[in-house]
Design a protein. Structure first.
Length: 192
C-alpha cells in the first residue's frame, strides 16, 4: 500500500537537496567569477610594470602612449590607455596637459565634449585631476551598417616627478560601469 506521508517527506528531502546544490553551485560560480575578474596581465614598458585586466588585449601604441588595452564589450570596444607626458612649465600643469589632450581629441574624435572636471578627485586611493568626456564613435567601413555609439570616458592625470601620467578609460555609455574596474587596476600599477 502507498504511504502518502512518507512520499511527502521524501519529496521535501529531495527539494532541500536541490536547493542546497543550487546554492552551492551559485557560490562556487561567484567565487570563480571573482577570481577570473581579479586576474591581471602585466606589460613592461620603459622600465614600468603596468597592469591591466587579463581578459583585455594589449595593442601596439606609439609615444606618448605607454599602454593601450582593449576589450569588446557591447556595441564598441572599451579601451584603457596610459600616457606619459612631460610636465609643462605652467601655473597649473595638469590643467595644461588636459587642455592639450582635449584639443587633440576635438580635432580627431566626432562630437568630442568635455563634460566635467574635478581637480580634487581620487582613484584607487590616489589624488588625481579627473576629466569626464563623451564622443561619438562611428564605424568608417562603408560595407557595414552600424549605428554610431555614444562613448563615455574619463581621464585621470597624476603628476609624478617631472612627468604627467594620464590614464584614460573609454567605453560605450551603457557599458562604462562594467569597464571601470580596469581603471583601478591600471592606476594601482603607476609609479608614485
Amino acid at each position: 500500500m502507498f504511504d502518502k506521508a512518507k512520499a511527502q517527506q521524501r519529496d521535501r528531502l529531495v527539494e532541500w537537496i536541490v536547493v542546497a546544490i543550487t546554492v552551492a553551485a551559485l557560490l562556487v560560480g561567484w567565487g570563480i567569477q571573482a577570481a577570473v575578474e581579479g586576474r591581471t596581465a602585466t606589460a613592461e614598458v620603459e622600465g614600468l610594470q603596468l597592469r591591466y585586466p587579463a581578459g583585455w588585449i594589449k595593442t601596439n601604441a606609439e609615444p606618448p602612449i605607454l599602454l593601450q588595452a582593449e576589450e569588446w564589450l557591447g556595441p564598441a570596444r572599451s579601451t584603457v590607455i596610459v600616457q606619459r607626458r612631460p610636465l609643462p612649465a605652467a601655473p597649473n600643469p595638469l590643467r595644461a596637459v588636459q587642455q592639450t589632450i582635449a584639443l587633440e581629441r576635438a580635432r580627431t574624435w566626432t562630437a568630442y565634449r568635455t563634460l566635467e572636471t574635478d581637480e580634487a578627485a581620487t582613484v584607487a586611493g590616489r589624488p588625481a585631476f579627473r576629466v569626464a568626456f563623451a564622443y561619438v564613435e562611428t564605424n568608417p567601413n562603408p560595407y557595414l551598417e552600424t549605428v554610431p555609439v555614444v562613448m563615455y570616458g574619463e581621464d585621470y592625470l597624476f603628476q609624478v616627478g617631472n612627468d604627467v601620467y594620464v590614464v584614460t578609460l573609454t567605453a560605450a555609455e551603457d557599458y562604462y560601469g562594467r569597464a571601470k574596474s580596469a581603471l583601478g587596476i591600471v592606476v594601482g600599477s603607476l609609479p608614485k
